[in-house]
Structure formats: C-alpha cells, structure tokens
Design a protein around this ligand. Structure first.
Ligand SMILES: Cc1cc2nc3c(=O)[nH]c(=O)nc-3n(C[C@H](O)[C@H](O)[C@H](O)COP(=O)(O)OP(=O)(O)OC[C@H]3O[C@@H](n4cnc5c(N)ncnc54)[C@H](O)[C@@H]3O)c2cc1C
Length: 489
C-alpha cells in the first residue's frame, strides 16, 4: 500500500490545476487517472472560451470565481507559457426577444462588475463584424472575453504540478474507495493507496466516484455537443468571439477565432443518445450548417477540416424512487463543490469550468489543506513552466542555433503546421504516449491534412522513444490502433 497526503482522482483540467495548487503546500500529492494521459475527457472537447462573468448569476461562487479567473488569465498563461488571446466577444441577435436578452445580460454584467461592457447599435456591430447577416438589432460587446487552447492549458498545469512534486499515475481508474481511521483507502486497477484527503475531479464520473463513500446528492446526465473546425486560411474572417442569441428558444451559433488561427464553430446541445459515444451527430452538424447559413451566410464551410463531439456533465438534484436514487428534472446551475470530512468533490462542473480551472483548483486545494490542519507552504514551489520550443516561431538565428544543438529541429514532420521532429520527440519525453497526445502537445496533425502526412512519422517516434513495437502505438488510447498488421505478417 502506498501512502500520500492527498489523492486527486482524475487528471482533466480540474485535477491538473488542483494538483498544481496542492503542490504549493508542503504535502505529498498523488494523481490517479483512469486513462493513459491528461485531458482526454471533457477537457479535450470544449469551446476554449475564457468568459468574463456577465452571463452568470450575481452573488454566486461561479460568478466570483469567473471574474477573478478572467482578471488573472493573462498572468496564468504567462506563468505557464500557454498562448492566450483576448479578441473580445460580440453577442448579437436579430429581433425583439434577443434584444431583451442582451439588455438583461448587459444589466447583469454591470451588477457583476464586468469591465468594459457596451451595447452596440447595428452600425457599430457591422463595423466590427462585416460578415454577419443583415438584420442585426443589437450587439453586446465584452472586451475581456478570451480564448485558449484547453489542452495546452491542462498539459501545462500537469507539467508544472509534476515539476513541483505531484506524482501522476496513469491507467489507474479508482474502482473502490472507503473511509479508514487515517482517511481513505483507494483501490485502482494497479494498486492500493492510503490518502489523508481526496479531491474528486473525475469529470463525467465525479458523482459515481463520490458515491463510493457518500449518499447520492447529485447525478450527472450527460448531454452532447457537436463542433466544426475550419482551416486557418480563414484567419481574420471574424475578429471577435461571436455569440448568436436566437429569436426562437434553443442554442444559437458560437464562432471562435482560436489562438492557432482556425475557426471553431459550435457547440450544439443535444441528447447524448443521438450518436454513439464520442461521435458527432449528423443532425447536430446539419443544425450548425443551417445556423451558419442564417447568421454568417458567406462563411466558406467547404474549408471545414474536422468535426468532433464533446459531452457535458449536466448535474441534477436526486430523489428516491422505489428504493433507488434517480435524477430529478431540477438541474443545478451553480458549481457544486462538496467538502465531506476530507473528501472534496467537484461535481458537474460545466462552462465556465475551463475559465475557472485554476481558481477551482486553488479552492479545492485550500479545502483539502484546511482539512489537514493547515500545512506550511512548499518553499521550493514555482508557478512557472516553459512550453516546448516552436521552431517555426523562432527567428532565423535562433532556429539555426537550435538546429546546431539538436538537428531534429531541422526536420519538418507536420507540413501543415511546420512542426519538427525535435518538437515531436520533446512531446513524447514530456509524457505523450499516443498520436493524439503528441497532437495536443505540438499541433502536429491539427492542420488541413489532419495527420494524413505526419501520423506515420509521429507513430514511429512514439515507438522509438518508448521502446515499444509500432503496432502497440495507438491514436487515442485503448481501442484505437493505427496498424492492424505489418508487412510480412
Ligand atoms: C461542450 C463543452 C463546452 C465547454 N466550453 C467551455 C468554454 O468555452 N469555457 C469554459 O470556461 N468552460 C467550458 N466548458 C467546461 C470545461 O470544459 C469543463 O468544466 C472542464 O473541462 C472540466 O474538466 P474536468 O477536469 O472536470 O473533467 P475531465 O476533463 O473529464 O477530467 C476528468 C478525468 O477523470 C478521469 N476519471 C474518471 N473516472 C475516474 C476514476 N474512477 N478514476 C480515475 N480517473 C477517473 C477521466 O479519465 C478524466 O481524465 C465546456 C464544457 C463542455 C462539455
């Protein structure tokens, strides 16, 4: 049995930021993650928007954390060396219902203390976004809205937490947890751990993990989201993060000019059952295309390079029915952070969970530290982490010096994004174990050809660096082999 002060369950954005915040204390921290890498769950497939806090109810924990997180986001990304842009957002609509919604959100944002909000008349909206369809009646501009690559943020938090002493254990789903006089005993597929406190950041499984020791309080009923990604040849087509407030009820269109220069369109909000788990739904994508045709009619959708789906952990209150606990139809809008004698659970953390990941991690870590009697600070803690060097972003002289040091930085592997062999190797050395893990760390495979030209080279680096057969390399973990057979077999 292994002993640790705090066990964190799950290594998505929340688990990685909780681990990072815990390492600022003089505590031992072990992160138990079911999958082979960080940020493979909800944190992998979301919209990547850093919200300002005009959209949440005044006086709630969600609003307080969102305002603080938005203010601190630039500093956080500088500390972690993560690209972040703040193009501002424009919410707009085409009629009286949306106009009312915009005026209400403006008033709510002012009550929340969101800086710089402005209502814009149609002429001012079109001056900012000339490609919007005719008929816009009002706009709400929020200069503080930003965007970040979600996995770049999560991976940076992971590396920083690991550098500060957190021990990450992958492929270790927590299957059993019980209270003991010293705290908690946790069993994973690979070992047994004794922890004095536990922070449950298990995303879609957070309610189920909590119920290993507690009576049900919240149940998660996932809903699904579809997205389209358009090529970076469209960089500049929209200048802001665009939110369309529809006249009829339902979800409007969101368009994000990403930090990498692509356009992200979505998400839809649909029942999970409309498509197999993790897959996009045909109806969802059709709805996105219809909305684009209405709202930004000259957006060239033929530049679509990818579609993907995500899952929301929608939280609902529970009731008992025939001796069973079942979710009610009362959905929970606030962030649910439960502290139960050393078990801290972050359950059903939806939007703006990415914006608030660092703030939520600090909140959870301080609850754990309080439970453990207020440990001292870790004097060796550093909040700083440096990312992988991007050869294409260096000056010619810097690139030449880097290639002198390591010739692998002179060989381009991903031609769409100009990613070199040196960057791919460095990603594997930092913890990537799948082709998608390399993609999330370097961008290789994210461009127009979606990995058609570089996947084999990336797979070969994974095999060499990990000293495993090429056939064992997967695209995205178990069940996604790249090679089904090799010549001669
Ligand atoms: C469609 C969508 C769009 C969003 N857009 C935004 C946005 O634009 N801006 C914003 O601020 N927020 C956004 N969010 C919210 C944000 O993405 C989430 O709040 C955040 O990613 C949640 O991270 P997490 O760590 O809780 O979950 P996850 O990333 O799912 O991590 C949970 C981890 O726990 C692991 N796990 C599960 N069970 C176990 C177990 N038994 N043992 C060990 N490990 C386990 C999983 O493998 C997983 O790695 C969006 C969310 C969704 C779904």
């Amino acid at each position: 049995m292994e002993h640790t002060d705090v066990a964190v369950i799950g290594a998505g954005l929340l688990g990685c930021f909780t681990a990072r915040a815990l390492t600022a204390f003089a505590l031992s921290v072990t992160v138990l993650e079911a999958r082979e890498d960080v940020c493979t769950g909800i944190s992998r497939a979301n919209t990547g928007i850093v919200y300002t806090g005009y959209d949440t109810k005044p006086g709630t924990l969600k609003t307080a954390l969102c305002l603080q997180a938005n203010r601190d986001f630039g500093r956080l990304c500088r500390e972690l060396d993560v690209p972040f842009s703040r193009p501002g957002s424009l919410l707009f609509g085409f009629g009286p219902r949306s106009e009312r919604v915009l005026r209400d959100k403006f008033a709510q944002g002012q009550r929340n203390g969101v800086p710089g909000l402005a209502l814009l008349e149609p002429a001012a909206v079109y001056a900012r976004e000339p490609h919007l369809a005719p008929g816009v009646t009002l706009g709400l501009y929020a200069p503080g809205t930003g965007t970040v690559d979600p996995w770049a943020l999560g991976i940076a938090a992971f590396e920083n937490a690991r550098d500060n002493g957190a021990d990450f254990r992958f492929c270790q789903p927590v299957l059993h947890m019980e209270r003991t006089p010293e705290g908690f005993r946790l069993e994973t597929a690979a070992g047994t751990y004794q922890a004095r406190a536990v922070v449950n950041c298990a995303g879609l499984q957070a309610a189920a993990v909590r119920e290993l020791t507690q009576c049900p309080a919240v149940r998660l009923v996932p809903s699904a989201a579809d997205y389209l990604v358009l090529d970076d040849t469209l960089a500049g087509f929209v200048r802001h993060i665009l939110f369309h407030e529809p006249e009829e009820r339902g979800k409007g269109l969101t368009i994000v000019p990403t930090v990498e220069g692509a356009l992200l369109i979505g998400p839809t909000d649909r029942p999970q059952g409309e498509a197999p788990a993790g897959a996009v739904s045909r109806q969802g994508l059709e709805r996105l295309r219809r909305l684009c045709a209405q709202v930004v009619p000259d957006l060239p959708l033929e530049e679509t390079i990818r579609a993907f789906a995500g899952l929301r952990p929608d939280p609902f209150a529970v009731r008992q029915e025939g001796g069973q606990w079942v979710p009610t139809d009362r959905s929970i809008h606030s962030f649910t952070v439960l502290e139960e004698e050393g078990l801290i659970s972050l359950v059903g953390i939806k939007t703006p969970g990415l914006t608030c990941a660092a703030a939520l991690g600090e909140h959870a870590a301080s609850l754990a530290a309080q439970h453990l009697g207020g440990p001292g600070r870790n004097v060796a803690f550093s909040p700083e982490r440096r990312g992988i060097r991007r050869a294409h972003a260096l000056s010619e002289a810097e690139r030449d010096a880097l290639i002198q040091q390591d010739p692998a930085y002179g060989t381009v592997v991903c031609r769409c994004r100009d990613i070199t062999l040196g960057e791919v190797r460095e990603a594997v050395r930092r913890g990537a174990v799948t082709v998608d893990g390399v993609k999330r760390r370097t961008g290789a495979g994210m461009g127009r050809c979606q990995g058609a030209r570089c996947m084999q080279a990336v797979a070969e680096v994974l095999a060499q660096e990990q000293n495993i057969p090429l056939r064992s390399v997967t695209k995205d973990g178990p069940g996604s082999p790249i090679l089904l057979g090799q010549p001669g077999e």
